[in-house]
Design a protein around this ligand. Structure first.
Ligand code: SF4
Length: 73
């Protein structure tokens, strides 16, 4: 099973809100609507657990500005 790491490029985020619709356990927003990780709000990298792969990939695909990056290992 490959592992998945997710990174956020916050300066690209346009606060559209889509990522937390698709993966609310992974993505949340600060008070200005800019993406952050639900579990670790101050982090820009996060390891994604297996049960969140599909939701995270969906959010990655839906982000209109590629503020979410995915790395498979
Ligand atoms: S989908 Fe992309 S642009 Fe929209 S809030 Fe999430 S990270 Fe930001």
């Amino acid at each position: 099973m490959s592992s998945l790491t997710c990174s956020l490029v916050k300066e690209r985020c346009i606060a559209c809100g889509l990522c937390a619709v698709y993966a609310p356990e992974i993505f949340d927003y600060d008070e200005e609507g800019i993406v952050l990780f639900t579990q670790e709000p101050t982090s820009t990298h996060q390891y994604i657990a297996n049960d969140q792969y599909d939701a995270t990939l969906k959010a990655y695909q839906k982000c209109p500005v590629r503020a979410i990056l995915i790395e498979k290992e």
